[in-house]
Structure formats: structure tokens, C-alpha cells
Design a protein around this ligand. Sequence first.
Ligand code: SF4
Length: 389
Amino acid sequence: MAKSLPVLPTTPQQAAHHQPPARRETRQIDVGGVAVGGGAPVSVQSMTTTQTHDVNATLQQIAALNAAGVDIVRVAVPRQEDADALAAIAAKSTVPVVSDIHFQWKYAMAAIDAGVAKVRINPGNIHKAGDTSKVKVIGDAARERGIPIRIGVNGGSLEKRLLVKHGGVTPEALVESAMDEVAILHDVGFGDIAISVKHSDPWVMIQTYRLLADQTDHPLHLGVTEAGPKGTGTLKSAVGIGTLLAEGIGDTIRVSLSADPVEEVKAGIGILESLHLRERGLDVVSCPSCGRAEVDVYTLAENVQKGLEGIDVPLRVAVMGCVVNGPGEAREADLGVAAGKGKGQILKKGEVLFTVAEDDIVETLVHFATEMADEIRAERGEGDPAVIA
Ligand code: SF4
């Protein structure tokens, strides 16, 4: 069934209401080439559910998230072996990788050394009461490498003193925790900071981010934490994240679901599209390639991108490095190729259509993409005016 498209404005008065909400002014940070804040498009994040030290499995999940349209991917680093795997993952991933660190400041240092695009730390557990030295060390290292840090506060791990001071997990307690950590990093001259103050209750989360937005110009990462399974989790996230974005608050988002993370990306993109904060154009995505790759994915993706230049409708084309997992990982893309030795399977909406010789891949994709683009334009009423009349 054809995807429903937004009703396009036909008068200037209607067009005025199709403008996205005005955005809060913030500083801008750079997450591995994806600008966050400072007027940049709101980016969509997700998190892998693999054991991070299983490099192939993690890269394969990143491939699926990329095909679904993710902008930034976070990986958990709970053990030394996960920290050890970061260099290989960061080098191969086709989207910026953020390392998620709790408790172990040394893993944050390892992640920075490994070349990740950003580090997330949680003030509630990264330093012992009163001793902020480790956060300063992380700030110094991040500055040297030119990567940002996200201060990610959540209700479940708030420092005891703040719980006592504010009478539990309140917006004031969450915001104070975040701003204390910002001050520690500012002390060492580090300002490339994004902040999140997630809560599992969307209404508390909304109030918390509003309070935070009044106190800082750092870009904000929005999310309802532990939102639940796909249905209720999407609903809570749409209310929490959507309300704030409609008020201009929020620069990057993650929908947290107890489900395949691809569902998080779909929900995140849906929220942005609902608010006219994202109008998709042509999007060529490629898998990071792992031990299974049988072709040079990067060169193939580049050639596909060149071949599709000029297509101006929402169309996602995935270039995957193997026929084993490529079709599954590309299932959210509109069109794709899963390339093998000397050949490529052409996919449409995740279904394999047929196999072509490697030399014919680009031409075949261009043919199908042009056909699909014409269909989309016709659906939008943008075809040949004579035909429409
Ligand atoms: Fe996935 Fe295959 Fe690419 Fe590896 S080479 S990331 S399995 S599509």
C-alpha cells in the first residue's frame, strides 16, 4: 500500500502553517560530521542491542539502523572487551558512533582514544561524591580529540544529595545534576556539550526539559527513558518529544523502546515528519561492511550516489555489502542492492527482485529509482500538468 504523504499547501496562508516550529537558539556541536543544535536539522539517534564486543553483530545492526535512516548510533560499553572493540566499530561504521559510559571513567578514556564521535557520561555514577577529577580528565581528553560529550542524567541514577535536597526525582533535581556537570566541564574550558534529562514519565520529562532550556544554551538530546514496548513506548515518546519539539526545544532525539531499535528510528522519523521538521529527500545509505562484505561498499555507494543525482523526492536507497544479511538489514529502505562477488541482488521495499552483474548495479538502481520517483511525484500531484489536468 502506498505510504500516505502530507497534504501539500496550495495557498500562501496554508503554506504558513506548514512551516516547522521555530527552534530555540543553541550552540552547535559536531558529532562525527552530524551537526547538532545551532539550527541544524534535528537528528535521530538509536542504540544497538548487541554485545558491543561482537564487532560483526554490532556493525550489522548499525547497517540496519542506517538503512532505516538513523543519524547517530550509540553503543553500550559496560566491559573492557566492549571498550576494546570500539576502535574497529568506529572505523567501519557509516554513521557516527557514540559510546555510552556508566561508572567506569577509564572506558570513556578508551572510547575517546578509539575514535568515537561522542561520549555519553552519566553524572550520577561517573564520579564519587565530591571528586570531580575524573570528569575533568575526560573533558580534557575530549577537547584534545575535538569530540563532544553528552551529559546524560536520568531519574534512576540521580545523586543522593540531590534526591534529599529536592525530595526525590523532580525536574529541579534532574536539571541541577546536569548543570553541576556542565559547570565541571566548563571549569576545564570544555563547552562542546549536549545535555539530556530523561524521565520515564512524559509529563515530568516535558517539565524537566522546559526548565533546562531556560538555564542553558547547550543543545538538548530529548528522550522518554524506559518508555516501554513499541505501542505504548511510541505513544509516550511522541507526546514527550513531540510536545517539546513543537515548542522549539530539542536538537537530537532518541525514542527508547523495548523493541528492535529499527522501530526507534522509524518512530523518531515519524515524530519529526509530523512536525515538518524533516522532509526526506534522496538518501543513499550504505552498510559499514563487516567480515562478510564481498565488495568495496564505499566505492559502490559513491557511484550509486553519483548516478542518482537530481532525484528530489523522498527515496532511501541502501547499498549493502553482502547477500547474507544485506536484504534483511535493508528492509526499511525503498530500494537497495545487496552486493556479492561479481553480482548484486536488487531489493525493493526489502524484497529481493532479481540479481544483476556487478557492472549493472548502478544502472539498474538508477532505472528503478527514477521509476519510483515518478510514482511519488504523481502521488503528490507533481506530475506533468497536462496529465493532471
Ligand atoms: Fe551487513 Fe553484509 Fe554489510 Fe556485514 S557486509 S554489515 S552483514 S550487509
